[in-house]
Design a protein. Structure first.
Length: 85
């Protein structure tokens, strides 16, 4: 699946490659959970939720901007909690 990652702000302590890899794993690991309604890339929007960047929130959207899922959890990718709209 083609996945694009968009960060809302620069981060200093979040291991972006590790987190993006974990999110990709979660999305591709259970394709029945997140199904885009249009072909092409889906976009994952990410933001850190506190000044020391310990937690992260995000949403997954289709090409048409329909929200497919939201998530939150530790900024290292461990323990992400996924929510369906």
């Amino acid at each position: 699946m083609d996945i694009e990652f968009v960060w809302s702000s620069p981060t200093r302590t979040v291991p972006r490659d590790v987190l993006e890899s974990k999110i990709r794993e979660d999305i591709e690991g259970d394709p029945s959970t997140i199904r885009p309604c249009h072909p092409g890339a889906i976009t994952v929007h990410l933001s850190s939720t506190n000044p020391v960047e310990l937690t992260i929130t995000g949403k997954v959207v289709c090409q048409c901007d329909k929200s497919l899922a939201t998530f939150s959890g530790a900024s290292d990718g461990s323990g992400l909690h996924w929510y369906q709209p």
